[in-house]
Each structure stands twice: as structure tokens, then as C-alpha cells.
Design a protein around this ligand. Structure first.
Ligand code: GRF
Length: 288
């Protein structure tokens, strides 16, 4: 039984012994304190005051004592994690986000904005970082308004691999490209397998690749007399617009459609589907 407990807590042998010592000392100390305090208040056994003091000491005092003794035995982090879980369950503390997103965007940032709003009150997913390569891009303003950290990246810093360190330092779990045109360096793609996604304003594999962005895509779609267009959300690999497709949404092109109307119909689809797809991906990853 003890072995199972140790596995559940995922601690080494020594830590396990020290944790058990902390529980034992805290239990004994709490019992002693509660006896002393009820005596000091002269509370008659089983009276209202007696129950009140006992419950107060057990509920509040115990939690504080366990942190103190946990600290003395060098196990503060273990007990602090324990307390955080309790406080979150009681609704006293906000759950710490355990899925951190970095959005790479260099344009207007309408998708980034939707994603930020979508996860604003999410208890487990947060947008923690915006990476942008264009000074003055609209997305930087959105990030500033929302108080989200930004990295304005130069081509050199982008290619020399230091961005990976920036992402790892911030414990980023998922990289979301939303209008970011530079091809990602290999070290980044390799470090985040199936954890980088992109949204493309056409139905891949058609109308993808280098140079296929913004109105170039819609012009090409119309010039090719396509019957449909739409969006593709896909994983990112070393090749432009090539990774496995996660989701596609399509619509029929009308004879009155122009590159501008296509752009706005596509934006509508993007805004409706990108954030929920991100959530589904993270939830699936968490289940693994
Ligand atoms: C989107 O249309 C997306 O498909 C493409 O870049 C555009 C970004 O638009 N990858 P916005 O900056 O989010 O408005």
C-alpha cells in the first residue's frame, strides 16, 4: 500500500519518508495545539465553542502547519502543490494554466485576437506569448491591450535557434501560426513534433507553398475557376503548408466573389474554427 502511495505521489524513497514524517509531526502538533487552545478558551467539551475551535484548527491551522513542517523537512513544494489543488477545488485560487500557447503572427492579428478572447477565461489553457517579425503589426497592439508578452523577432535571432530557448523557458506547449510567413527553423519543428499548427486560407494541398498567402491565394483560386474554397488547419513540418491536415471547412464560390469577398468569407470560417480546434488538440494531447 505504501509503495502504491509513493508511486501515486511520484516521489523518491527519501522524499516519501520525509513526507510521511511531515504528516505525522503535523498531525501530532495540530492535536496538541487544538487541545491547548480549547483549554485556553476554557471551552467545555462538545460545546459550540469547543467544536468551533476544533474545526477551525483542523481546517485552517492544519493546512498552515503542514506547509511549515513540510518546509522544515525540505518538502515544501510537495505540500504547496497539495494546498494549491485544495484551494483550486474550493474556488479560492485560480487554476494554474497547464497548457501554454505561443501565437506567431505578423499581420493584423484578427485570428490571434479571437484565440486570445476564446481562452481568456479558460482555467487550463492560456495564450502566454506572441511572436511577431513585423514592427508595427496590428497583432502587437492587440497583445499590448491584453497584457500578453511579445517577442519582436529579427531574422538572425529567428534562424540562430535562440527562439527555441525563449519558448522552452516559458513552458510553451503549442505553437499556433496565425499569419506568420517565415518558414520555421528545423530545430523548432523538431523540438515541437505535432505541436505546431498553422491555418491556411485555402483548401490544401491546392494553393499552398511559398508565396501563397493573403490575396495571392484568393486570386489564384478565382483564376483557376475553383468551385470551392475554404480553410485548412494543419500540423507544421519542415515544408511549407505540408503537414497533416487536422481540419478543413469549405464553401461554394459564387460568380460574384472577388479576392476581397473570399478573404472575408475565409476570415469568418477561421474565426469560428481555429480556437475550438486548438482546444481540441490540447485536450487530446493531455489525455495521452
Ligand atoms: C489568415 O487568413 C490565415 O489564414 C493566414 O494569415 C491570415 C492572418 O490574418 N495564415 P489575421 O492577421 O489573423 O487577420
Amino acid at each position: 500500500m505504501l509503495k502504491r502511495l509513493q508511486q501515486k505521489w511520484n516521489v523518491s524513497g527519501w522524499s516519501f519518508i520525509l513526507i510521511l514524517c511531515t504528516f505525522a509531526v503535523t498531525g501530532t502538533f495540530t492535536a496538541w495545539v487544538s487541545k491547548e487552545i480549547t483549554n485556553w478558551f476554557d471551552a467545555e467539551k462538545f460545546s459550540f465553542l469547543w467544536w468551533f475551535l476544533k474545526i477551525l484548527i483542523l481546517l485552517v491551522g492544519y493546512q498552515l502547519f503542514i506547509l511549515f513542517f513540510g518546509f522544515c523537512f525540505g518538502q515544501f513544494q510537495f505540500f504547496w502543490n497539495f494546498e494549491k489543488k485544495l484551494l483550486t477545488r474550493l474556488g479560492i485560487m485560480k487554476k494554474e494554466s497547464n497548457n501554454r500557447i505561443a501565437i506567431f503572427a505578423s499581420g493584423k492579428g484578427s485570428n490571434a485576437e479571437r484565440i486570445i478572447q476564446f481562452f481568456k477565461n479558460d482555467q487550463t489553457i492560456s495564450v502566454d506569448l506572441i511572436v511577431c517579425n513585423k514592427p508595427g503589426a496590428g497583432v502587437l497592439q492587440i497583445a499590448a491591450q491584453e497584457g500578453i508578452e511579445t517577442i519582436l523577432i529579427t531574422k538572425d535571432a529567428f534562424l540562430n535557434g535562440s527562439l527555441l530557448t525563449d519558448l522552452q523557458q516559458r513552458n510553451i506547449d503549442l505553437i499556433v501560426l496565425a499569419g506568420f510567413l517565415w518558414k520555421l527553423p528545423e530545430n523548432l519543428v523538431r523540438a515541437y513534433p505535432n505541436r505546431i499548427i498553422n491555418i491556411h486560407p485555402a483548401l490544401l494541398p491546392k494553393f499552398g507553398g511559398k508565396g501563397m498567402y493573403g490575396s495571392y491565394v484568393h486570386e489564384a483560386v478565382l483564376a483557376n475557376h475553383e468551385e470551392e474554397s475554404g480553410i485548412t488547419i494543419h500540423y507544421v513540418d519542415e515544408v511549407y503548408d505540408n503537414g497533416d491536415i487536422i481540419l478543413q471547412k469549405r464553401f461554394t464560390i459564387n460568380e460574384n466573389d472577388t479576392p476581397e469577398t473570399l478573404a472575408s468569407r475565409i476570415h469568418e470560417l477561421e474565426h469560428a474554427h481555429y480556437a475550438p480546434t486548438i482546444k481540441a488538440i490540447l485536450q487530446k494531447q493531455n489525455q495521452r
